[in-house]
Design a protein around this ligand. Structure first.
Ligand code: IDP
Ligand code: MG
Length: 167
């Protein structure tokens, strides 16, 4: 095997083994439509660990910080109004490559483009009512977890099925 080939495999292995945390929100429409259990259940069945969870009413300040990267865009104000309109469920999920895994399980931002089998593809129709949020990168995840959760609200524990999830 060439050195480059060895490096590539090392990177692949490293990616597979990267333990991450991500912020997931069940947005107001997900809560109002009775989809909290269904959404959490999908993550649980996949073997993803919940390390933090709470229900809260989102303040305008928190919403504007959370969607800060979108400030100035036409959908910024409606999106802040949407997330503050009714309680949300916020979760921190942990697992290997969990950031991309959750994004894949959520489906594309616009439910019209989201594949059947994804959360948005199965349960949503409009981009402004797309029922879930998931952090989109390591940096975003760190920022969003710190924004929504205090360190003491996050749990370190071992799930009993962990040994059976991994090779
Ligand atoms: P994401 O939630 O898949 O990461 P972002 O592009 O980060 O998508 O947008 C944040 C949220 O803003 C979306 O989930 C959606 O609720 C809302 N949003 C984004 N683009 C539009 C739009 O074009 N019209 C209405 N709402 C939008
Ligand atoms: Mg986003």
């Amino acid at each position: 095997m060439t050195y480059a080939g060895y490096q590539k495999i090392l990177c692949m292995v490293k990616k597979v083994m990267e333990k991450q945390r991500t912020l997931v929100l069940i947005k107001p429409d997900g809560v109002q439509r009775g989809l909290v259990g269904e959404i959490i259940s999908r993550f649980e069945k996949k073997g993803i660990k919940i390390v933090g969870m709470k229900m809260l009413s989102v303040s305008k300040d928190l919403a504007e910080k959370h969607y800060g990267v979108h400030r100035g865009k036409p959908f910024f104000k409606p999106t802040v109004e949407y997330i503050t309109s009714s309680p949300v469920v916020a979760m921190v999920l942990e697992g290997y490559n969990v950031i991309d895994m959750v994004r894949n399980m959520m489906g594309k931002t616009n439910p019209e483009d989201a594949m059947v089998g994804t959360i948005r593809g199965d349960y949503a129709q409009f981009i402004g009512r797309n029922i879930v949020h998931g952090s989109d990168s390591l940096d975003t995840a760190e920022f969003e977890i710190n924004l929504w959760f205090k360190p003491e609200e996050l749990m370190d524990y071992k799930r009993i099925d962990e040994d059976w999830l991994m090779e």
